[in-house]
Structures are given as structure tokens and as C-alpha cells.
Design a binder for this molecule. Structure first.
Ligand code: NAD
Length: 383
């Protein structure tokens, strides 16, 4: 069987991680990249020995060799580019959030309904960490009892200073929710994957801690520290921080907190699942450890070890215990699962899959909008 041919659109911060992930899949072959910034696309193509390089989405999609396309563009292009990929009859792997609004993501789902055979996947990475998969099995097997409480955070500091600026600050490009859509979406996806339950009610408090930011004149790279002295003031309409009370359809209650202005916190996604017998805690910045809490015996700190993990979770780990695995490896697991699904001729809606699909992405768009509405109306919102 020949290797699955791949194209990646968007060579910014996350696009390069997609190159790495695809290159780690033996039965996938990266044949092309595209970026509106052609100089950047060419640089990456040369650096990674990728044979073809394009400036536009249409040029890449016209290449008949390409079977799967990754969409790594900013949020305002997710719907348009995903729909172009689907219309071109290619499988689509999209960055999150699926769109800027649930109206946009609903349009993409409608198009998928009218098309057959497209495998759609999303890059919700954290659910693919080996210990998160182990937690999922522990919950499923009833090891922690009934899940009663779920809580955690996703904290970052890359927008702490008023001079920190990025396209994510601009609602026309980013969408009306920033923190919740950008990082809260990851938290919600991971927790829903572990508990096997859906968040169905939300009550939110969102805050813009920096109402006016200083945008540097000229181009600023995502997550870079800006040293340019020339700025213009920009009003900020989206949240820097959010606290969200949640209820899940398994009867559990919980809360999560997201922030992009918490000094010292880089990518602190963590969550605790409290059951009637024991509790599980995981923090992605220490991805190879899982805390297990007990009432009637000593707590334990479990180190990732494939030989001791639930059999179903072992496929998500490949290094021997003690050799750290982390974000890149979880991303590789996500991309691998998606490609394996395609290679094995499986179909979304018919065969079970462990990666997030566009349906999952659309549900998270609806949750994000419910959170915005709750903050506006100061009320619980039920989906
Ligand atoms: N899954 C994750 O953990 C994760 C992490 C970071 C970013 N993301 C998502 O990835 C997406 C991109 O984020 P980023 O941080 O890489 O942004 P970025 O600004 O660093 O990169 C975006 C790239 O898209 C290119 N681009 C813009 N318009 C284009 C067009 N019309 N055609 C082709 N290329 C175009 C830009 O030139 C840029 O190189 C966002 O939606 C973001 O939410 C996901």
C-alpha cells in the first residue's frame, strides 16, 4: 500500500509541529506546504525537505496527489479553508477552535453531511497523552467509583503585559471568545474525553484585565516577546480570564479557570476527577505523572509505565518508563490515530474513533457560545 500523501496549510507556530507529527507517521508522506507568506513556506519546505511549496490554499488543493490536508491557519480561515478542503474531496485535519462561531462550524458540518467518505479530525491534543488515556480507562472501569466533581485550570502568561499582542486579540480574526475558545476548548475536550460525559450546563464570569493593549507596528510572531518601541493603542473586547462552573450529563459538577495573564504559568492545563472511591489528578506540564488520591490509604504518585497502565492505554505510549513523553508525543498520537483511521478504511459516524472529530469541535463551539451568553446574562445556560 502506498503512503498517504499530505499537505499542510499555515506554516506558523503550530504548522511546524504538524510537520513533525506527520513525519513521525511511517505510512504518511508530507508532500506539500502552503502559506500566504510564501517566503516562510519556502523556508520551511527547504528546511524540512518538503518537495512542493505553494502560496495559496487553492494551489495546494489543486494538487491531485494530496489526499489529506491539515488546516493550521488562524481562526477566521478555519471554516473557509476546511470547506474548500472538503469540496476538493480531501480528508481534513483542522486546528481548533473549529471556527469563530457555531454558525460557521454548523455550516461545515452541513457540508460534511452532503459529502461522503471524508475523514475529519481535530487537533485536540491533550486527550492523547498516555496518562490521560489511562485516566479514561480508570474512570470507565469504575476504579474511582462514580465521578462526582471535576475541576482544573488552563493558565498561561503570554499576554500578561499590555504590549503583548497577537491576532488572537482581534475578534474579527479570532472570534468573540479568546481565552475560552483558545485554551478552554482544550480543557473541555480533555475532561469530556476522560469522563466520557458531556458538559451540558455552564455559568461563567469572564474578565478583560487589560482593556487597552499596545500593538507594535509591523508583524509580530505568535508567542514571541516583542521589543519594538513603536506602538498603537487597541481596545480589547475579548476575555483574558474566565471562570466557568459546569454540570456534566453524568451528574458531575465542576469548575474550570482559564487565563492568559497568570505570571509564570506557561501551559498549565490540569484537572482533577473526584470519584466516590478515589481521585485522579494530571497536569500537562508534568505529563508523565498522575496523582491518585485516597481517603483510607496513602495517596500515590504514578509515573508513566506502559507495563502498569490499563491495556487499552498502552498503545499511546512508546518510550520505556523514565524517558519523558510530553506534548509533542501526545500530538503525534493524535495525528497517528487519525491517519490509522484513514489507512484502515474506517468511516466517521460508523466506526469508533479516539481523536476529536468536527462534531466534537462543533459541540465545543456551542459550549463556548453558551459561556459567552452566560457571562452576558449572568445566568446558567443549558445546552
Ligand atoms: N492544538 C494546539 O495545541 C494549538 C496550539 C497553537 C495554535 N493552535 C491553533 O492553530 C491555528 C494557528 O495558530 P498559530 O499560533 O500557528 O498562528 P500563526 O499566526 O503562528 O500561524 C498562522 C499561519 O497561517 C498563515 N496564513 C494566514 N492566512 C493564510 C492563508 N490565507 N493561506 C495560507 N496561510 C495563511 C500565516 O501566514 C501564518 O504563517 C489557530 O487556530 C490556533 O488556535 C492550536
Amino acid at each position: 500500500m502506498s503512503r498517504i500523501k499530505v499537505g499542510i496549510i499555515g506554516m506558523g507556530f503550530i504548522g511546524v509541529s504538524h510537520i513533525d507529527a506527520v513525519r513521525r507517521i511511517g505510512f504518511a508522506e508530507l508532500v506539500a506546504v502552503a502559506d500566504v507568506n510564501y517566503t516562510l513556506a519556502k523556508k520551511k519546505a527547504d528546511e524540512y525537505y518538503i518537495p512542493k511549496c505553494f502560496k495559496t490554499v487553492d494551489e495546494l488543493l489543486a494538487d491531485t496527489e494530496i489526499q489529506v490536508v491539515h488546516n493550521c491557519t488562524p481562526n477566521n480561515l478555519h471554516q473557509e479553508v476546511n470547506e474548500k478542503i472538503i469540496r476538493a474531496g480531501k480528508h481534513v485535519f483542522s486546528e481548533k477552535p473549529l471556527a469563530r462561531s457555531s454558525a460557521e462550524s454548523a455550516s461545515t458540518l452541513k457540508l460534511l453531511d452532503q459529502t461522503s467518505g471524508i475523514v475529519h479530525g481535530m487537533n485536540f491534543i491533550y486527550r492523547m497523552n498516555p496518562l490521560v488515556q489511562d485516566m479514561k480507562q480508570k474512570v470507565k472501569n469504575g476504579e474511582i467509583g462514580d465521578v462526582k466533581l471535576v475541576y482544573g485550570t488552563y493558565l498561561q502568561d503570554w499576554l500578561l503585559f499590555e504590549t503583548d499582542y497577537n491576532w488572537r486579540i482581534e475578534p474579527e480574526i479570532n472570534g468573540p471568545s479568546r481565552c475560552v475558545a483558545d485554551i478552554g476548548s482544550h480543557w473541555m475536550d480533555a475532561v469530556q474525553a476522560v469522563t466520557g460525559a458531556k458538559i451540558t450546563e455552564v455559568c461563567a464570569d469572564l474578565v478583560t484585565t487589560i482593556p487597552v493593549r499596545k500593538k507594535a507596528k509591523g508583524q509580530v510572531e505568535t508567542f514571541s516577546i516583542n521589543t519594538n518601541a513603536e506602538y498603537e493603542d487597541r481596545e480589547v473586547k475579548t476575555e483574558d480570564y474566565g471562570a466557568v462552573l459546569i454540570k456534566l450529563d453524568n451528574g458531575a459538577h465542576g469548575v474550570f479557570c482559564v487565563s492568559e495573564v497568570s505570571a509564570g504559568r506557561k501551559c498549565r492545563l490540569d484537572f482533577e476527577i473526584d470519584g466516590t472511591k478515589s481521585a485522579l489528578y494530571w497536569n500537562q506540564e508534568m505529563a508523565d505523572q498522575m496523582w491518585v488520591g485516597f481517603r483510607d490509604r496513602d495517596n500515590s504518585l504514578v509515573l508513566r509505565n506502559s507495563q502498569l497502565m490499563a491495556p487499552e492505554a498502552r498503545q499511546y505510549t512508546y518510550l520505556a518508563a523514565g524517558h519523558p513523553e510530553g506534548w509533542n508525543d501526545a500530538m503525534r498520537n493524535n495525528v497517528y490515530s487519525y491517519y490509522k483511521f484513514i489507512r484502515d478504511g474506517k468511516a466517521i459516524g460508523k466506526d469508533p474513533c479516539d481523536f476529536a472529530t468536527f462534531e466534537d469541535g462543533h459541540y465545543i463551539m456551542k459550549l463556548t457560545e453558551a459561556i459567552l451568553k452566560s457571562n452576558e446574562t449572568r445566568q446558567w445556560i443549558k445546552l
